[in-house]
Design a binder for this molecule. Sequence first.
Ligand SMILES: *Cc1c(COP(=O)(O)O)cnc(C)c1O
Length: 431
Amino acid sequence: MRFVSTRDGGLRSSFSDALLHPAAPDGGLWFPEPIACFRDLSRLLDMPFLERAVEILVRLLGDEFRREDLAAVTETAFDFPVPVVEVRDRIFALELFHGPSFAFKDFGARFLASVLERLLPDARPRTILTATSGDTGAAAALAFGQRPGFQVVVLYPKGRVSPLQEHQFAALGGNVRAFAVEGSFDDCHAMVRTCLADAGLARQLNFVSANSLNVARLIAQVPYYFEAVARVRDTCFRDAPVIAVPCGNFGDLFAGLWAQRMGLPVKAFVVATNLNSAVPGFLETGTWRARPSVPTLSNAMDVTEPSNWERVLRLFPAEGDGTTLAAMRRALRWGALTDEETKKALWELNGAGYRADPHGAVAFGVLQERLGLNETGIFLATAHPAKFKPMLDEMGIDVATPPNLAQVLARPIRAESIPANLGALMQALGL
Ligand SMILES: *Cc1c(COP(=O)(O)O)cnc(C)c1O
């Protein structure tokens, strides 16, 4: 399939080139166009997850790669379960946290690693450069950490990720270097984008970004939306389900909308955020109010300049007399929770016998507010609750820590602190 720039639709790229050069030359992001559509949906929904994921990827990437190779990549990347759990009548959790880093970022990071290793061995970059609000760093570090020929550089906002998240990428050592940046996630992300935009630097570093501005990440997230719908089909009667997505950089929401454009029946997507709520504010009022990011309990969503919003906007061109905003308001529902409301959602879920993490809880809380009578809702449970154990303990919610997560905490942190500018990073990397 082909990709065009979100800004100049005349700029085109193959998937491989878009993966290796995630920023378009005009500063835009790669956007799939045209979007392939499935006509044989019920056959597809009947398949088991892996088989279906291969079908989807062959449909999307079959012009660049052979089916056998895509199947091998899919099987190595998605080698963990993707359960759908009913948490109360007609509300389901799509659990995306059963991979090695215990968050959904494993889908994208493991897929990226697998594609680079198997499908593009000659074009292999040396450095995987990643800004993280908490979970991308761990997923990238674990996906690439043991692979010879790669070094992983993780930038994260100092003091704004949970201790466990920090241990997952900053205590690995080896070919993983972690930098605690004195700033916000938005600052870290801006550093990655500046690197991407600088051709000279990109050559010197020979790097690829594992952030969701990379289309490889997003493609890897399309198949689990099909799984969600396939598993709840029977409870929906004739209606399609409503899916709530806990949003930070809006890559996950974009992947969901992409799946919907491929023909997946979804009645509406619910944009769920914490108080970093620029997008719900925009959908509500029609104006974009930039504010500095505030730290919240759902820290991986503490993003105020979501880079994938540009991609989402391109899915909703103005039509007839309608504006883009009107089209978005028809397709989306939205809401934002305070930390207090997030805690209420966590307690409520706990009362129903389900332990969630704060990100999933935000999605659940907003879904409950926006779900109509007789509708079936699914929320994305994006991280394992054990990643937030100290906070949940304080709230009286008991979660067991999986053994391999407990081991991670025993290792010392080896992060280097740097100010939020590229010069400091280059110096630290010896460039
Ligand atoms: C990254 C992350 C999010 C936000 O996903 P985006 O694709 O950036 O919107 C939500 N929950 C968790 C646990 C995350 O790590």
